[in-house]
Design a protein. Structure first.
Length: 443
């Protein structure tokens, strides 16, 4: 039988580490009542209270914490449980042998219980921290859900606002389009009505209206013919045709028009227009005569003593006709000049050809002026040709005189005379037509 003091000496760890929690002391549970008749080998195990009273004072404090464990029902032996705890915490604690006469229990370690409490506390802290974090996440999630809900509501509100604005603009656009379409339809309807009225008016046009329209066209054509082409004859024929149409209309309101037409026809007939074709041909004939001139009639421009015409006239007065005719025959082959006159140098063939070419060019320029009805150029060309002929020709034979006389006659022709105004009849006719249209519109 061992002393309690020896037991405390054999476990120095329990005294040296007071802060380490120790497991509650192991108690030997009494056997159940059902096993009472058969009994247990040790009679001391059935009476735990006397054993507790004999606990040494050194272990009294240690057994106080484990007193709660002894009050629990003990349905199984305590030794296997203590063995499992000792296996986890350290070497197994051997039960203290008791005396045969009711010996004392040995103290057990209490630190495994404290370790379990610490673990439970740590686990509780971890669970609390995890719960707190989970609560924070739930709060954040709830906040996010609320934010998303607000965003969804704002998006829905904005979408509804945009849809309302778009529908409002669309309605305004449709209304404006309808107004424009209505205005366009009204304008088209008015134009259609006007066209229908014009069609009805055209269908109801009388024969007089057609005759007046034809007369107006003829008068327009006559004015254009006279102004652009200076065709007096064509304009006169058109005026005569218009007068016939107006006369066929047989309307007293057209009397001023016919009066104006008569005056304009008289003015056109009084206008003396040259025959441009005839003038062109006459100038062409003069150019041919210049080419046929005899070379002996061309001399240098000096004063001549006498001319052939003067000699023939003197011969007729002093000699008889026979001698005069003889002289004329001789003059065809001989040129007789007075010895007291200065000698006139004859032109070379080249000079004569050059002179004839210049005369032809002058006559051709006059022809072009006739076609263009340019009075200034025409007059200047003929004046220059006449001057050259009088300067370079000597003698007054029949061909020379005929050439000079023809040039003088052509110079007197006015190729661009003034034209009368024939627009008065057209203005009067337009006024009559306007009055008739106004009267029909009033009806």
């Amino acid at each position: 039988m061992s002393n309690p003091d020896d037991t405390s000496k054999k476990n120095p760890d329990t005294d040296a580490r007071p802060e380490q929690p120790e497991s509650p002391p192991e108690q030997v549970a009494p056997a159940p009542d059902s096993a009472g008749p058969k009994g247990t080998p040790s009679g001391a195990a059935s009476s735990p209270e006397p054993a507790a009273e004999k606990t040494p004072p050194e272990t009294a404090d240690r057994t106080i914490d484990g007193a709660a464990t002894t009050d629990a029902p003990q349905s199984a032996p305590t030794q296997p449980t203590a063995s499992a705890a000792d296996a986890r915490q350290g070497p197994p604690v051997q039960p203290v042998p008791q005396a045969s006469g009711g010996g004392e229990d040995r103290p057990v370690r209490l630190w495994p219980l404290w370790l379990v409490c610490i673990l439970v506390l740590i686990l509780s802290l971890l669970l609390g921290a995890g719960g707190w974090m989970l609560w924070q996440q739930q709060q954040q999630l709830r906040t996010d859900v609320n934010t998303l809900s607000e965003l969804r509501d704002s998006v829905r509100t904005e979408r509804e606002r945009i849809l309302d604005e778009a529908s409002t603009r669309l309605r305004e656009t449709l209304a404006l389009t309808e107004e424009r379409q209505k205005a366009t339809e009204e304008r088209l309807q008015a134009q259609l009505s006007q066209l229908a009225a014009k069609v009805l008016q055209q269908s109801a046009t009388s024969r007089t209206d057609w005759l007046l329209a034809e007369a107006e066209y003829l008068l327009r054509l006559a004015n254009q013919r006279l102004a652009l082409e200076r065709d007096v004859k064509g304009a006169a024929k058109l005026l005569e045709a218009a007068d016939a149409v107006v006369a066929e209309a047989d309307d007293p309101a057209l009397y001023p028009v016919r009066e104006a037409l008569a005056q304009e026809l008289a003015a056109l007939k009084a206008t003396g227009l040259p025959d441009r074709t005839g003038l062109f041909l006459r100038l062409n004939a003069l150019a041919a005569q210049v080419d046929k001139l005899n070379q002996r009639v061309f001399v240098a421009p000096v004063e001549t003593a006498t001319s052939v015409g003067d000699a023939s006239a003197t011969a007729e007065t002093s000699w008889d006709g026979r001698l005069a005719r003889l002289k004329q025959q001789v003059e065809k082959y001989l040129v007789i000049r007075r010895l007291d006159a200065p000698v006139e140098p004859l032109l070379s063939p080249d000079q004569i050809a050059y002179l004839k070419a210049n005369l032809r060019l002058m006559l051709e320029q006059a022809q072009l002026a006739v076609l263009q009805q340019n009075q200034e150029v025409y007059q200047a060309s003929l004046d220059k040709a006449s001057e050259w002929l009088q300067r370079w020709l000597v003698g007054q034979d029949a061909s020379t005189r005929a050439l000079l006389n023809e040039l003088e006659a052509l110079r007197k022709v006015e190729i661009r005379p003034g034209l009368p105004d024939i627009s008065g009849s057209l203005r009067l006719l337009k006024g009559v037509i306007r009055q008739m249209d106004g009267g029909e519109a009033g009806k």
